[in-house]
Design a protein around this ligand. Structure first.
Ligand SMILES: Cc1ncc(COP(=O)(O)O)c(C=O)c1O
Length: 305
């Protein structure tokens, strides 16, 4: 793990410092919905020296000839990076359709492949479908076709295919995603920004820059000059006004499993600073303008102590 920048996104300078010949994959996280600095990350993995030093340990890595860039785009479906949508920027991009995400199928997600031309994306797609369905050569529907009942099992796969019911939900959500969902989320983001931008107590999140447009997933407000405990107290006062707020996220080095592995938050000062002052405000399609105003008042009151 490497430290991030004040915009919450992975620092490319820190990736460069952490890269070793053993590095197989870089996983940038488009936290809150803002894409990471993919041009710089892709340029880094394509650097001649990085490629020369790369130590593959299987056939696919050998074919790749450099570290893979695997984007965690759980938050950034529909976001833009230099005129391209997330999904078309990194080698592989993974989206989440979990219940709290902008687009949900209750549980599930999607994998987008934008690998170098030496890879056969169609073939990998087929392998992933097989792998996610017990390693079976065909699904139940395909078996109902005339003369098509025979099947094989190629490997001990997983059972993690998307169900048809979940996919049906996703198709409906997808059809209205740009025109309704993103539009409303942007309105809510803009309302928060308008309310807090002239108030020096707050640091506002970046969500529209020259190169990037967010998917407006998390409105990550930061309070200036507070400690973690003071932030927690502010959150408590916001909760007491019947507004539910959250923190995205508790940094991994502060969680037991990672502490046990030896990670220490002291090594990630920017991450800690971002986290300790952060409060995520409610953003969802059905949030009314009146409720947005209620949130704004609750946050301002909460900061008054
Ligand atoms: C940044 C990030 N990555 C990955 C995930 C995992 O997504 P899923 O629960 O669909 O596996 C989440 C879900 O909360 C997330 O917020």
């Amino acid at each position: 793990m490497v430290d991030v920048n004040p915009d919450f996104l992975i620092s490319v300078d820190n990736i460069r410092k952490a890269l070793s010949p053993k590095t197989k994959v870089i996983i940038p996280v488009d936290i809150a919905g803002l894409p990471c600095d993919y041009d710089a990350i892709m340029a880094l993995v394509q650097d001649d020296e990085v490629k020369r030093n790369f130590l593959p340990s299987n056939v696919l890595q050998e074919k790749m000839g450099r570290p893979l860039v695997l984007s965690d785009a759980a938050h950034s479906l529909g976001a833009w990076y230099k005129g391209k949508r997330t999904g078309a920027v990194a080698d592989i991009t993974v989206f989440s359709f979990h219940a709290v995400k902008n687009l949900t199928t209750a549980e599930g997600g999607a994998i987008c492949l934008a690998l170098p031309n030496t890879f056969d994306a169609q073939e990998i797609y087929k392998q992933l479908c097989t792998f996610s369905l017990h390693g079976q050569s065909k699904d139940a529907l395909a078996k109902t076709q005339i003369g098509n009942w025979r099947y094989d099992v190629y490997e001990c796969g997983y059972k993690c295919n998307m169900t048809d019911v979940a996919a049906a939900m996703g198709l409906v959500e997808l059809a209205r995603y740009d025109s309704m969902v993103l539009k409303r989320r942007k309105e809510i983001f803009d309302a928060y920004t308008q309310a807090f931008e002239s108030d020096a107590r707050f640091q506002l999140p970046e969500y529209e820059t020259t190169d990037k447009t967010s998917s407006y997933h998390v409105y990550a407000l930061r309070v200036n000059g507070v400690t973690e405990d003071q932030r927690d107290a502010i959150m408590q006062r916001i909760f007491e006004q019947e507004v539910s707020v959250n923190v995205h996220f508790i940094p991994l080095p502060m969680l037991t499993a990672y502490k046990k592995m030896g990670y220490d938050i002291a090594d990630y000062p920017v991450t800690y600073d971002n986290y300790s002052r952060e409060i995520s405000l409610p953003v969802y399609f059905n949030l009314t303008d009146e409720q947005v105003q209620q949130v704004i008042e609750a946050v301002k009151n909460g900061c008054n102590g």
